[in-house]
Design a protein around this ligand. Structure first.
Ligand code: ASP
Ligand code: MG
Length: 428
């Protein structure tokens, strides 16, 4: 029993879905639970629909119709004219219409989950129907019937006990009667049957949850890169693939912002020692990266770049020291606004943190902070992290940059940098 996860890029259009069909042909006699993301950039497009709807700028229907039309276009390239999939996809999309017809009253995060989850509900229907058309015996599963979360919308916390229970009742008969069970990543359901999402890029995590509850023999994430690389190939020319990675190294990499897998993915599979493969859907024969208890003897330097960083310098107004009770209060506020602290530094009368610029939440956070503290911000920064640090790698990354913040823990170095203003570089 295996678990596969196909991300948005692997099913972005008809051509890509056909490729997934080709890959799965070579597994046709196996039992696999398949998790899919929304097609291509659908989640982003649904976020745009939601923004238009909540701001009531009059464009929500137009954006929605465009996204739906794109899906229908894909359907036409995959299915004959009178296939039942057209009505099924239409029914899934109608859920959005029902929401955006009425003026927005509900909580933003709740609305987000009701609208954005439709991306996966639709894509999973399409891929399941396509596999059946290829005579790959596939049943569509509503992930919300298995993955139970609390009602923290946009960041649902999994109730493992109920999820396990649901999984052990629902999944075995489906797997017995079919080769493939195909379901959605990213979404779950509450005890009152409301839809939740698990956080952006959460489909990897969904696959890990299914792997855990099914005691999968292994899990594979199919991506558009050959495996886990030493840096982002869009940013660097000379990256190389890491063949074997320990769970610990993988969780460290994702903690520092490596986007290759969702940070929550590792824990469930590590807890049951399930090997995780990261492979390319463009080259399914390739070895990829295997993440397991075993590791390389030594790792090459791995670079993670996070852009759009902001430093918040928080200081007391009366020159009093930043003490433990302040820190406790500050961290409760970060938690309240779901702001992840990427780096921090405590000084006598000030405390500085590096966070990713999430404008809406940060604005609220800063407003609340300013009730008690002075807050100064530095924007437009980059956070560079090098694992298995080598000085020459850092030096070349720092060309043309000024360091604002620096921290080194064992073999990891992190620096927050900004570009040197052109004027400062002139020799005069
Ligand atoms: N479709 C969701 C997203 O884009 C979940 C995922 O792809 O992992 O964030
Ligand atoms: Mg992803």
């Amino acid at each position: 029993m295996k678990v596969f996860k196909f991300g948005g890029a692997s099913i972005e259009d008809a051509e890509a879905i056909k490729n997934v069909g080709d890959i799965l042909q070579s597994y046709k006699d196996e039992n696999i639970l398949i998790v899919v993301s929304a097609m291509g950039k659908t989640t982003n497009a649904l976020e745009v629909v939601l923004e238009a709807y909540t701001s009531q700028n009059g464009k929500a229907f137009e954006y929605y119709e465009a996204l739906k039309a794109k899906h229908i276009e894909t359907l036409k390239q995959l299915f004959p004219e009178h296939h039942e999939i057209y009505a099924i996809v239409n029914d899934a999309f109608v859920e959005i219409e029902w929401v955006i017809e009425e003026p927005p009253q509900d909580d933003y995060d709740y609305l987000y989950d009701q609208i954005v989850s439709v991306g996966e509900l639709v894509s999973s229907r399409i891929v399941a129907a396509y596999l059946n058309m290829l005579d790959l015996k596939t049943v569509w599963l509503d992930a919300r019937d298995v993955i139970r979360t609390n009602n923290t919308y946009r960041d649902g916390k999994v109730d493992w006990e109920v999820t396990n229970q649901n999984g052990s009742e629902i999944l075995p008969p489906l797997l017995k009667e079919n080769n493939f069970v195909l379901t959605q990543g990213f979404i779950g359901g509450t005890s009152e049957n409301f839809t939740t999402t698990l956080g952006r890029e959460g489909s990897d995590y969904s696959a890990a949850i299914f792997s855990y509850i099914l005691n999968a023999s292994n899990m594979t994430i199919w991506k558009d890169v050959p495996g886990i690389l030493t840096g982002d190939p869009r940013l660097f020319d000379h990256v190389s693939k890491i063949d074997r990675l320990s769970y610990k190294e993988a969780i460290e990499m994702t903690y520092y912002g490596a986007k290759v897998i969702h940070p929550k993915t590792i824990k469930p599979i590590q807890n049951k020692s399930i090997p995780l493969y990261v492979k390319s859907f463009k080259n399914p024969e390739g070895e990829g990266t295997i993440i397991s208890n075993e590791s390389e003897v030594s790792y090459p330097p791995v670079v993670v770049v996070e852009t759009d960083q902001i430093l918040l310098h928080i200081s007391t107004r009366d020159f009093s020291f930043v003490a433990e009770h302040h820190l406790g209060y500050l961290f409760r506020l970060f938690d309240k606004y779901r702001i992840k602290v990427n780096m921090m530094q405590n000084k006598a009368i000030s405390f500085s943190v590096c966070v990713t610029n999430q404008a809406k939440r940060l604005k609220k956070l800063i407003a609340e902070l300013e009730e008690d503290f002075n807050v100064r911000t530095d924007e437009g920064l980059e956070l560079l992290t090098i694992r298995h640090y080598k000085p020459e790698v850092l030096n070349s990354l720092l060309e043309g940059k000024i360091i604002l913040f620096e921290e080194r823990i064992q073999e990891t170095i992190q620096v927050v940098v900004k570009d040197i203003p052109v004027m400062r570089r002139k020799d005069w």
